[in-house]
Design a protein around this ligand. Sequence first.
Ligand code: FES
Length: 80
Amino acid sequence: MEITICIGSSCHLKGSQDVIRILERLVSYHHLENKVTLKGSFCMGECTSDGVCVDVDGKHFKLFPSEVESFFNREVLEKV
Ligand code: FES
């Protein structure tokens, strides 16, 4: 599974560094380093106020740092 997090300037202001840090911690906590790849991307062309752009195997999400853990449980843990 590949998770791409936007690090463009608009998403950066919405907390993309925190989103990445939380995802890294969750991947490591669940020992998923061999199954989940985290990548950064420049602006994904979908800047909105709804959160940081995150793409999971081609599926788009908008996340604030506070939503990352429930997102991870729902979209990653249940699917890997
Ligand atoms: S900066 Fe993230 S979609 Fe544009």
